[in-house]
Design a protein around this ligand. Structure first.
Ligand code: OFO
Length: 172
């Protein structure tokens, strides 16, 4: 059985994951209206993944005898300066989520809840992957130095990444 301190902390993480999903949805929408169809596809996909992260936490709370009550969400940012700015904000956000996951791990250790500690390992690994993915995309922008043709190629690459991810999901 989940104790109330951990239940509250995981419910806050559900909120953070839902907000991640909505932030990426908002970014995808900005990309779509600014002509970056590949980046939009990539971010729509990413938004879906974040929603899955929140659902996984919700099931965990309920499976452990808690009640995952949902919290009110913040309105996501809708305006960005450039496509590079979008991905710099993705990395910034992922770093924030990593710190929240680390905090949750810390609470699980303090509460000696080893099931939760074990469950959270998936999120710890996921954050490493997501930070690294965001960094690798930002590196591409640095290489193109804002040059128009470079942006076109990055957008095409993001479209292929989204398509590969979608194909992997269909296979599962
Ligand atoms: Fe939920 O994985 Fe990133 O934020």
């Amino acid at each position: 059985m989940l104790n109330s301190r951990l239940e509250k902390a995981i419910i806050e993480q559900i909120k953070a994951e839902e907000e991640s999903s909505r932030l990426y949805l908002s970014m995808a929408s900005w990309c779509e209206v600014n002509g970056y169809a590949g980046a939009a596809a990539f971010l729509f996909m990413h938004a879906t993944e974040e929603r899955e992260h929140s659902l996984k936490l919700l099931s965990y709370v309920n499976d452990r005898g808690g009640h995952a009550r949902l919290m009110a969400l913040e309105e996501p940012t809708a305006e960005f300066n450039s496509l590079q700015d979008v991905f710099e904000k993705v990395l910034e956000h992922e770093l924030l989520v990593t710190s929240l996951i680390n905090k949750l791990v810390e609470i699980s250790m303090e509460e000696k809840d080893f099931n939760t500690l074990n469950f959270l390992q998936w999120y710890v690994t996921e954050q490493i992957e997501e930070e690294s993915l965001a960094r690798s995309i930002i590196d591409k922008f640095r290489l193109t130095e804002g040059e128009k043709g470079g942006l076109f190629h990055i957008d095409k690459e993001l479209a292929s990444m989204a398509a590969a991810e979608a194909a992997a999901i269909i296979k599962i």
